[in-house]
Write a protein that binds this ligand. Structure first.
Ligand SMILES: C[S@@+](CC[C@H](N)C(=O)[O-])C[C@H]1O[C@@H](n2cnc3c(N)ncnc32)[C@H](O)[C@@H]1O
Length: 635
């Protein structure tokens, strides 16, 4: 990918304008290069059945789905710098709601109760933080403002954006969207009201809807009323979708209506305009899309996953087959999954590795199924009776995972902060924009673990305390490493706060050397024992053992009285991927072993066709906490 460069961003359009503390225009972004991490291709016959390659696809990227692991500000900047400006037809985003909740994904061992029992009880790993949804209001607005500015640049002249939100922020987001896109381009506030979700809340009405803010890039943006009306009228979601539309002598469109045929009725002509007139999918209140319940088979284990039929309606309304659909808060991958099923191209992005893994898993499944279906039912030739229930031709049967900057560090940081807090006994503060928690009466500031405590962190604290003279608490810094200059700074500071005068005295807990908490940080990487051998034209792989000290530690933490015992090592493994011709850089998935249900375990032994000549076989094992182990051997 191209070198790092500055990308200019056009100014926001609008008035009125919302303002907040620290509002800054986004005049340019730095576009960093991306690294190709992994490729998945469903089939080698796929190519002939895919839609023809897109002519204006940027040369920097292979055709196929693109899944980016990284902060979307950087990823969007990267896309702008690499030929995607003005190429995206539809954007759907479902950003964190700023709801003050920590979203968690429940991580469980595989194999259900049978493999992971302590004292007769099955247990789950601690909850793994998926992303932190705690923001000071102003940061949140700046965050969303910058993303919207970048998204507008990527959108085609006739493109559309749907911003999913709820009552917490919809008023503010509506203003942001109008400022960035211009009020004249605001089309709808769609209300998605979920049937059957009743709760009783004291002194407040039960909130029973989300909002989708629908904005156009310009007045060239159209919506496919006919498609949604026909699909939803027939209830043929995600299957054939389109009934064949015929046109009669006076130019009116009609379809064969077969409903009721089983009751002996003959098929009859029904005019499309009548279907549109009846269609309730066409109003701005959507009350026919179910909320995903906990046990829904659609669930991919992601807390904020959205229903397929909601995204399907949006994609049908605002894009056509082969168009490019983008979601830069992809989560469990719903947007990419539906786009893929509807024959669209897609780009997804998430900062969370669990999200990337979940999305990759989901898309592998869909593409494999699509390739299989193509295999079974050969292409329809012109003149043949068309199969009206056949799914649309996939626009692509492969995708790549890319990374812009290295986010593993940040993710481990969230994780590490959580563990550190539990370990030290810090109570997290969700509401404070500066302090991360409390330890007794003391206020705690956690220094990002990528850098040691430095005088800069201390100056920042000083400014904060000057701005909040009412705070008299002592301050505790929790850090990994401390600069010498910072120690001197603190000594000077505390010298003025001797004896009874302890207002804002500073203490430090350095996690490696602290007398009390010092042995906290020891990350022993997960490890696997794998044999890889060649026998004639086959490659035989056997995973013999796997151990993740982090998982064991987590189990110990949750159940301190029992030493965790795992009777089957496979329960720690989420999935296994194999590349039989690994080039040391890009992992091409040739086989992926992803058990569908939580109670199923990975196979552990595999036989694959061997490429000619010497080759490097790589086995990637991803554990239930998302940690990866790569084992490779030349055979
Ligand atoms: C509400 S969830 C999206 C759920 C998704 N619509 C689905 O159906 O699964 C929001 C996602 O945004 C991601 N996210 C938050 N901040 C981000 C950032 N700066 N860059 C990229 N992704 C981010 C989170 O990791 C999370 O997966």
């Amino acid at each position: 990918m191209s070198e790092k460069k500055e990308i200019k961003i056009t100014a926001a359009k609008g008035r009125p304008m919302l303002t907040w503390v620290g509002k800054r225009p986004l005049r340019s972004v730095t576009a960093f290069p991306a690294q190709h991490v992994e490729t998945f291709a469903a089939t080698d016959v796929g190519a002939i059945h895919e839609s023809p390659a897109s002519k204006d696809w940027p040369a920097a990227y292979p055709q196929g789905g693109l899944l980016f692991h990284g902060d979307n500000k950087e990823v969007l900047g990267h896309l702008l710098a690499n030929g995607f400006r003005g190429k995206v037809k539809l954007i759907y985003i479902d950003p964190p709601f700023d709801s003050g909740a920590d979203y968690v994904r429940k991580v469980q061992l595989r194999g259900g109760a049978a493999t992971a029992k302590i004292g007769g009880e099955s247990y789950a790993l601690g909850e793994q933080i998926q992303y932190t949804d705690i923001w000071a209001n102003d940061n949140y607005l700046q965050f969303m403002y910058e993303r919207l500015m970048l998204l507008k640049e990527l959108l085609a002249r006739d493109g559309a954006l749907y911003l999913h939100c709820d009552w917490h922020k919809n008023h503010l987001l509506r203003m942001l969207v109008e400022e960035v896109f211009g009020p004249e381009n605001f089309r709808n506030e769609i209300v998605w009201t979920y049937p059957g979700r009743e709760m009783h809340i004291e002194n407040k009405f039960n909130s029973k809807h989300d909002c989708l803010l629908f904005v156009a890039k310009s007045d060239e943006t159209k919506i496919n009323m006919k498609d949604i009306a026909i699909v939803y009228d027939k209830g043929e979601r995600l299957k054939g979708l389109r009934r064949k539309v015929e046109i009669d002598e006076d130019g009116r469109e009609w379809v064969w209506e077969t409903r009721g045929q089983s009751a002996g009725q003959e098929p009859y002509k029904r005019y499309v305009e009548d279907i549109i007139k009846d269609g309730r999918a066409l109003n701005d209140v959507w009350d026919d899309v179910q909320f995903l319940r906990g046990n829904d088979p659609e669930r991919a284990g992601y807390p904020t996953q959205k229903p397929v039929s909601l995204i399907e309606r949006i994609i049908l309304a605002s894009s056509n087959p082969n168009d490019l659909v983008l979601d830069c808060f992809i989560g469990s991958g719903t947007t990419a999954a539906v786009a893929q099923k509807l024959g669209r191209r897609w780009i997804g992005c998430d900062i969370n590795k669990g999200a990337i893994q979940t999305t990759a898993k989901r898309l592998q499944g869909i593409m494999t199924e699509q390739a299989g279906a193509i295999h079974e039912s050969p292409l329809q030739l012109p003149g043949m009776e068309t199969d009206e229930t056949a799914a649309p031709t996939p626009a692509q049967l492969s995708f790549g995972v890319w990374r812009v900057n290295d986010y593993d560090l940040k993710i481990q940081r969230n994780e590490a902060i959580k563990l550190a807090c539990e370990y030290v006994g810090i109570e997290r503060l969700a509401s404070d924009s500066f302090f991360d928690g409390k330890l007794g009466k003391k206020l705690v500031k956690i220094v990002p673990f990528e850098h040691p405590l430095s005088p800069l962190d201390l100056e920042e604290l000083k400014r904060e305390l000057e701005a909040r003279p009412e705070l008299e608490n002592c301050i505790v810094f929790v850090c990994l490493g401390i600069e010498l200059a910072a120690r001197t700074w603190i000594e000077d500071w505390n010298r003025l706060r001797k004896g009874a005068e302890t207002v804002n005295k500073i203490e430090v807990i350095e996690l490696r050397t602290d007398a009390k908490y010092g042995n906290f940080i020891k990350h022993d990487p997960a490890a696997g024992k794998v044999t890889i051998a060649r026998s004639a034209d086959k490659i035989i792989i056997q995973i013999e053992d796997f151990i993740s000290p982090t998982i064991l530690k987590r189990l110990d933490m949750d159940m301190p009285l029992f030493k965790a015992k795992i009777s089957d090592w496979r329960s720690q493994i989420d999935c296994v991927m194999i590349d039989t011709a690994y080039d040391g850089e890009v992992f091409n998935v040739v086989l992926s072993d992803v058990p569908e249900k939580k109670k199923d375990l990975i196979e552990g032994s595999y036989t694959l066709a061997a490429p000619d000549g010497k080759t490097t076989v790589a086995v990637k094992i991803i554990d239930m906490l998302g940690e990866e182990v790569l084992i490779s051997k030349e055979v």
